[in-house]
Design a protein around this ligand. Sequence first.
Ligand code: LMG
Ligand code: NDP
Ligand code: PMR
Length: 387
Amino acid sequence: MALQAALLPSTLSVPKKGNLAAVVKDTAAFLSVPQKLLQVPSLSVRAQAVATAPVATPGASTATKDGKKTLRQGVVVITGASSGLGLAAAKALAETGKWHVVMACRDFLKTAKAAKGAGMAEGSYTIMHLDLASLDSVRQFVDNFRRAGMPLDSLVCNAAIYRPTARTPTFTADGYEMSVGVNHLGHFLLARLLLDDLQKSDYPSRRLIILGSITGNTNTLAGNIPPKAGLGDLRGLAGGLRGQNGSAMIDGSESFDGAKAYKDSKICNMLTMQELHRRYHEETGITFASLYPGCIATTGLFREHIPLFRLLFPPFQKFITKGFVSEAESGKRLAQVVSDPSLTKSGVYWSWNKDSASFENQLSQEASDPEKARKLWEISEKLVGLA
Ligand code: LMG
Ligand code: NDP
Ligand code: PMR
């Protein structure tokens, strides 16, 4: 509220549940000030959303002295930017000065601390509330984002939870098994709703990125460590992933396995990216991509694993598999997929070799099965209320 007051003319009052962007726009018209010269921080009232005072309007065009237009700052939304890969990518992108990062997170204070702790410059990011374990929260986020008046040039579906030792399911607000609910269904709804916004953007390369992983691909050694990913005929998903009245696992199996649920959710992420590509790339020009950023063995993803695993996993990956990658390095990789001019190809699952050079990787048969992708799409649409 203090920030709103500071940025608005003192004669104006701020509506409690108002559209701040509209207020500022009206004010601009009244004062005959071009809107792009006004600082429009993203603020919403119902959900927490705070912009650190922007140095320039996120997403506004900038003109040089000789009147030539330069590329405006891009706006990228990253889910789960409060730790690990999401935070590292947010930092890497914000540091270039070319991107304003919207950190879409469930824990506002944690994210604020993390951004400060990572040394992200004030004004280079906005924190907005998003809890992917609630479809209402996803819709609310989209609303708040639109009210903030920023364009959307890139969306990164990065947040995830992993419950490796869980033998009983937990559920989202809508009653879906948590790993698939957060990692896949929440992102599925978010991506579908924000497609419109990406399409409206005038940014030269608009991208929608969904994190995949090696462990969801059974054409790799890592993808063959039990329990193996596998969606079967999707009967559990079609039944609503509800523990008591049906299976909480996508393949319909009776027993719950948290590690498998995560790996299954990653197959869903990779299939969704390809289905988006098939349905929308040609029509919209948006680039759809997925990636395996390397094994970032130190992140919060393993917080629920047993302490011995957390102790041994990083050295195991560093010295034995050599698949280890630091959080900073993984952040640079994801930042490349967001903004590198050479990574505009759509429908690709990116990976990096030992010299950290990107290449188009092969997905497993199941993770690239178009029929399964279509079926997954149709069931997911029903579960999130789009069909
Ligand atoms: C499942 O277990 C769980 O059941 C499930 O709940 C969930 O957590 C899921 O994917 C997550 O995992 C899978 C199980 C597979 O893995 C484990 O439980 C971890 C076991 C850790 C054992 C470390 C083995 C390291 C062996 C490396 C071999 C590479 C060859 C090296 C060549 C060297 C050349 C210089 O388990 C298995 O598939 C088989 C396990 C085989 C046990 C062998 C024991 C050797 C001990 C060596 C210690 C090395 C320390 C590394 C620790 C790594 C932790 C991952
Ligand atoms: P982290 O646990 O560090 O980060 C996960 C992020 O997701 C956190 O910000 C977390 O928020 C957020 N999150 C979890 N649940 C929700 C929710 N309900 N709503 C909103 N946000 C939520 O893990 P990583 O950085 O390792 O993982 C990032 C991505 O990278 C994931 O998609 C993962 O699958 C992928 N990946 C990771 C690999 C690795 O080796 N680590 C390998 C391959 C892929 P909070 O801080 O509040 O918990
Ligand atoms: Mg795996 C080349 C070998 C390789 C790579 C790149 C990974 C990545 N892992 C490899 C090998 C092995 N892992 C081997 C040989 C084992 C048996 C000891 C092994 C075990 C293992 C476990 C128990 N690995 C794991 C776990 C986890 O709990 C992690 C997981 O499956 O999370 C879903 C994991 C991972 N290994 C990886 C990567 C990237 C992970 C994190 C998974 C992810 O985010 O998808």
